[in-house]
Design a protein around this ligand. Structure first.
Ligand code: A2P
Length: 290
């Protein structure tokens, strides 16, 4: 939990944190506070989750309870798809900082590559980075084709690419490409919803080490060098998910988990575009005013 990795711009990032997707403000506040008290330093949210306000409150309570300072934490949030474009990206950060009640973000990610917009969006994120409003900038859900396009047309190499990554969706080509480009891979939904957690082969491995399936999955990510942000609204699971440092998966067990890969994404193009339209956009616009 103390261990960090150094990103390509020299900033240190914790390798295990708490995610808060599908968590409302009230629950996010509790989870974030619990996690900070239990030793987590990395918290990952997004404007689109609608819980930045709750996360901000949880951060305050967690810091007060532990006597730590803001700079002991590493806060990630994400640019909403509907805010993509040069000027709107520059403006969007202000609302995010206001909702989180923070003066800076440690890692600001482009949530999805919106075709036709992600290059201009990235140029605005480069500007926010150069202005010192965010300590690092990165991307999320970029496949190799779009990433290559971004690298060809912009200056700053993303520090992180956050992808859906878990035993049934290991994104081997994207992981390899990111590793070569010096981009840190980070896993969203590391526990893979129900399917990975109920996988009988991982259960057999977990029993051998006397650990839970969730712990084996998170340890697998750790040994692959992939940063993880498991979400849980239960304190005992938040504790359990950070208890992965008293065992090491053997090479054979790593290979056995690698072989489980079904290249099965739960969310991908064009499904994500709903984030930018209709009701979702209206809801998110209101968060900017709150
Ligand atoms: P809950 O919040 O009720 O604990 P992911 O981060 O991969 O999206 O997975 C999150 C899901 O896995 C949530 O539904 C969460 O439920 C559940 N979860 C988190 N940690 C554990 C754990 N240690 N054991 C079982 N389920 C877990």
């Amino acid at each position: 939990l103390e261990e960090t990795t150094t990103l390509n711009n020299g900033v240190n990032m914790p390798r295990l944190g708490l995610g808060v997707w599908k968590t409302d403000n009230t629950s996010a506040k509790e989870s974030v506070k619990d996690a900070i008290v239990k030793g987590y330093h990395l918290i990952d949210t997004a404007k689109q989750y609608g819980n930045e306000t709750g996360v901000g409150e949880g951060i305050k309570e967690g810091l007060a309870a532990t006597g730590q300072n803001r700079n002991d934490l590493f806060i990630t949030t994400k640019l909403f798809n509907g805010d993509q474009g040069y000027e709107s990206t520059l403006n969007a950060l202000e609302g995010t900082l206001k909702r989180l009640d923070l003066t800076y973000i440690d890692l600001y990610l482009m949530h999805w590559p919106v075709d036709g917009k992600y290059i201009d969006t990235w140029k605005a994120m480069e500007k926010l980075y150069r202005q010192g409003k965010v300590r690092a900038i990165g991307i999320s859900n970029f496949d190799n084709e779009r990433l290559q396009d971004l690298l060809d047309h912009t200056d700053i190499v993303p520090a992180v690419n956050q992808m859906e990554f878990n035993p049934i969706n290991q994104e081997k080509d994207i992981l390899e490409f990111n590793n070569h480009a010096g981009i840190q891979m980070e896993a969203w939904s590391p526990l893979g919803g129900g399917e990975a957690l109920s996988n009988p082969q991982i259960k057999t491995i977990a029993d051998k080490y006397k650990k839970s399936v969730a712990q084996v999955i998170l340890r697998f990510d750790w040994q692959k060098g992939v940063i993880t942000i498991p979400k849980s609204s239960h304190e005992e699971r938040i504790i359990q998910n950070s208890d992965i440092f008293d065992f090491k998966l053997s090479d054979d067990d790593m290979k056995a988990i690698e072989a489980i890969d079904k290249e099965k994404r739960s969310l991908w193009y064009p499904d994500f575009t709903w984030h930018t339209t209709g009701e979702m956009q209206d809801t998110v616009d209101k968060w900017d005013d709150s």
